[in-house]
Design a protein around this ligand. Structure first.
Ligand code: NAD
Length: 342
């Protein structure tokens, strides 16, 4: 018997996960849900390489979730409030859940009541919920936590994910303010439609929970990255003097000192101005630990892989809401997943 998976949300990430699960030994996709009129009613295997020709993408989740399945992968949105009804329905149908909504990496941070509710429903139904992804979910939290494992003590952590936004589409360009004037950018930040990175709060929550630290305060700054060059991608054009991205920094403060600094300057085509992408972690402690991954771990592939590679860990976990910090070390699933189940 293979592990049966339902896909909820078949966009850039969910679609990639449908193609990746199709390549894995011991995983079968048994259902698919999306609201996009270009997807509804289509055969999953006609759109996603290697996928089942027996699965029709449906709009109504109830029928799909009543099928026999072990786990639902939810890749529909970013915020806990937004995905809560989907998670609830999956749990009530006794399905484990992996969700890539940024806030679900640690929903306890900003939505403690919903997190408690999710934990309760999961336990009542004997299933597990995990939020994961590349960031939050790995680079600026799980990886940092793992590196502190060799430290006798830690005084301070500084980390940066310097990435290239050019593969991403119009939604990301809008939420990062790419292609705007500086004036428009500042207005967008003030009015809340330019948001920068979603997930700093969750990454800080995960790190501090794992290390047993308590912060007095979290501060965030968001500044426009002003381009000196002309930059053009498939989705956006940036003239010199306009905004190429958002430099978003979060500070975790204790006793007036920053003990965690997380930086995520996101822009299109940073190499045009000599900026190389990369993931950097510096742990100041005994000993100091410095890590540099150059170029950055690609966000799309990383998120797709992380969700699929977490399937066995989630099925094996105790019922309830869990986090990347509580599960076994993530690893690529290369063999038959059935052999990885308890
Ligand atoms: P996308 O816009 O390409 O795809 C979203 C898909 O979900 C679309 O097909 C849409 O029709 C579908 N959808 C939306 N609401 C739905 C609903 N109520 N019911 C059924 N289907 C619904 O987005 P994406 O790039 O695939 O990313 C998905 C989400 O994951 C985004 O919110 C993104 O910010 C987040 N994300 C998180 C990480 C991370 O590191 N944690 C990484 C990548 C993406």
């Amino acid at each position: 018997m293979s592990v049966k998976v339902i896909h909820w949300g078949l966009g850039a990430m969910g679609g990639g996960m449908a193609e990746l699960t199709a390549k894995k030994q011991g995983i079968t996709s048994v259902g698919a849900i999306d609201i996009d009129p270009n997807r509804v009613g289509k055969i999953l295997g006609d759109i996603f390489e290697g996928q089942s020709k027996d699965v029709i993408i449906e709009e109504n989740p109830e029928g799909v979730l009543s099928k026999e399945a072990d786990l639902v992968i939810i890749a529909t949105g970013s915020f806990t409030k937004e995905v809560f009804p989907q998670i609830k329905l999956a749990l009530e149908n006794k399905k484990n859940v992996i969700c890539i909504a940024e806030e679900m990496a640690y929903p306890q941070q900003q939505e403690p009541e919903l997190a408690e509710e999710i934990d309760k429903i999961a336990k009542e139904n004997g299933v597990t919920v995990l939020g994961t992804g590349i960031n939050p979910g790995f680079v600026l939290d799980t990886l940092i936590i793992a590196l502190t494992g060799v430290c006798m003590d830690v005084e301070k952590i500084e980390a940066a994910r310097i990435n290239d936004l050019s593969p991403f589409g119009p939604t990301v360009m809008k939420t990062q303010g790419v292609g705007t004037t500086v004036e428009e950018f500042n207005k967008g930040i003030e009015e809340g439609y330019i948001v920068g990175h979603v997930g700093f709060q969750e990454s800080l929550g995960l790190i501090t929970k794992a290390l047993g630290w308590e912060l007095d305060e979290i501060k965030e700054t968001k500044e426009p990255i002003i381009s000196n060059t002309y930059r053009k991608t498939k989705y956006v054009e940036v003239q010199p003097g306009m905004v190429a991205g958002c430099k978003h920094i979060a500070y975790g403060i204790k006793d007036g000192k920053t003990i965690i600094k997380l930086e995520h300057p996101q822009q299109v085509l940073p190499e045009l101005e000599g900026v190389n992408t990369g993931d950097y972690i510096n742990v100041f402690g005994t000993p100091n630990v410095n890590m540099a991954i150059k170029p950055e771990i690609p966000g799309g592939i990383g998120t797709i892989a992380m969700a699929v590679n977490s399937i066995a860990n989630v099925i094996n976990a105790d019922p309830g809401l869990t986090t990347m910090a509580e599960l076994p070390v993530p690893a690529a699933i290369l063999g038959d997943i059935k052999k990885m189940l308890k």
